[in-house]
Ligand binder design. Structure first.
Ligand code: GDP
Length: 424
């Protein structure tokens, strides 16, 4: 396998505004379609006296995939000279939102498609909300079907200013608006002669310009402590701190900090399990460490490296939750939060926003989070815990909530928030 960089992008937009056409165009114009596929679908349409649609092309591809081993109808793949892209269409909202909010899949960027002729629809706004709740920072708006409005600069500008104003309210600052005709290919892979007034990048140039997430190894060191082992020999009171490294790297001689206890020590040795001792361990490896000084720490703490960016230590944080519990999530009830190896009592203290994932209705007045809702809320743990905002380090920014021994929700931490009072 080659080591090409991969990026996940999500595409959203009101039905019929042109998502499938944008995807089909991207596949076709980057040469990512199986040979002859485009021609055979066009031929089929001609024979059956139907106008060609990129949506048929995608359906044909999906049928083919479904017969193969990987059944993954919501994703399409294409590549540019720079990297491989996985474009995630959001057809079944519930599965999609669940995967995104629980971290099963992540997108680094979002494309929001708006029909230039129809303009902004209620769903365009809902999708904007979803992108905001998923914490996706790199957002580009594609103003599609510009051919239907004669590539009119004024229409483009008025959509741009109206939508910018709306997105601003939900904390999205789009990187760019691109006038396109997905059907004809204007400004998708090549610059359009029909929009000489537009000086920005094409869709493909824009995609290649997105920043990708960093490799886990390049991030600060994080290891949730799974266990503390004692050596079995008599007179040996050394302990091994064991866990799986989520991100970063650490080596013998490094100073480490355990959070939330804030205890510090220096790594004396790195012990391998069934392997020779190593000096350095990396993200994704299971490892055990002995320390230079005897400190008493507990499983559940987060081991980090001194001198690197530290995680947030807080008992209050703003999160997005996807709730799957049969009983609604309610305020001030005790739940259990699992994050890394930490298990701690948690309460819902405030609901900021709710999206009903099935209908995509946005509700700011509900006072409980029901099954299949996505909610932006504030949680509070019984004591401060260590975590990272999802935008900094994904693996330490995810959690699940357990209600009555059942996993009832999962989510991502957006940021730590100051305590409103010190009553806890
Ligand atoms: P989706 O529901 O968002 O996936 O929308 P589709 O991609 O299926 O497009 C809906 C309809 O709009 C189809 O009939 C497309 O051919 C048409 N369409 C999409 N993009 C364009 C465009 O740039 N110009 C024109 N004239 N029609 C388009």
């Amino acid at each position: 396998m080659d080591n090409r960089e991969q990026m996940n992008i999500v595409i959203v937009g009101h039905v019929d505004h042109g998502k499938s056409t944008v995807i089909g165009r991207l596949l076709a114009d980057t040469g990512s379609l199986p040979e002859g596929k485009l021609e055979s679908v066009k031929e089929y349409c001609k024979k059956n006296s139907r106008p060609f649609e990129y949506a048929f092309l995608l359906d044909a591809l999906k049928d083919e995939q479904a017969q193969g081993i990987t059944i993954d109808t919501a994703r399409c793949f294409f590549k540019t000279g720079k990297r491989d892209y996985i474009i995630i269409d959001a057809p079944g909202h519930i599965e999609f939102l669940k995967n995104m909010v629980t971290g099963a899949s992540r997108a680094e960027a979002a494309l929001l498609v708006i029909d230039a002729k129809e303009g902004i629809r209620e769903n365009s706004k809902r999708h904007g909300h979803i992108v905001s709740m998923l914490g996706i920072k790199q957002v580009v708006v594609l103003v599609n079907k510009m051919d239907l409005v004669d590539f009119d600069n004024n229409i483009f500008n008025s959509i741009k200013s109206e939508f910018t104003e709306f997105l601003d309210k939900i904390n999205i600052k789009p990187i760019n608006f691109i006038p396109i005709s997905a059907f004809n290919g204007d400004n998708v892979a090549g610059k359009s002669a029909n929009t000489l007034w537009y000086e920005g990048p094409t869709v493909l140039e824009q995609l290649d310009g997105f920043a990708n997430k960093k490799e886990n190894r390049q991030l600060p060191f994080r290891m949730p402590v799974q266990d503390i082992y004692k050596f079995t020999e008599e007179n040996d009171d050394r302990r091994i701190v064991a866990g799986t490294v989520l991100s970063g790297t650490v080596k013998t001689g490094d100073e480490v900090v355990f959070l939330p206890s804030k205890k510090r020590s220096v790594i004396n040795s790195v012990e391998g399990f069934n392997t020779a001792p190593a000096h350095t361990v990396y993200a994704d490896q299971a490892a055990g460490f002995t320390l230079k000084t005897q400190i008493y720490i507990k499983p559940g703490e987060l081991m980090v490296k001194a001198g690197e960016t530290q995680p947030v230590l807080s008992s209050r944080f703003r999160v997005n939750i996807f709730w799957v519990g049969h009983v609604p999530l309610i305020k001030n009830k005790n739940y259990k939060l699992k994050i890394g190896t930490m298990r701690i009592a948690v309460k819902l203290v405030e609901i900021l926003n709710i999206i009903d994932a099935a209908e995509l209705n946005i509700d700011t007045f509900k006072d409980q989070v029901e099954r299949h809702d996505v909610a932006e809320c504030i949680l509070e743990t019984a004591k401060p815990i260590a975590f990272d905002a999802i935008s900094d380090i994904e693996l330490t920014g995810r959690f699940v909530i357990v209600d009555n021994y059942e996993i009832s929700g999962g989510g991502i931490i957006l940021e730590g928030v100051p305590d409103s009072d010190n009553s806890l």
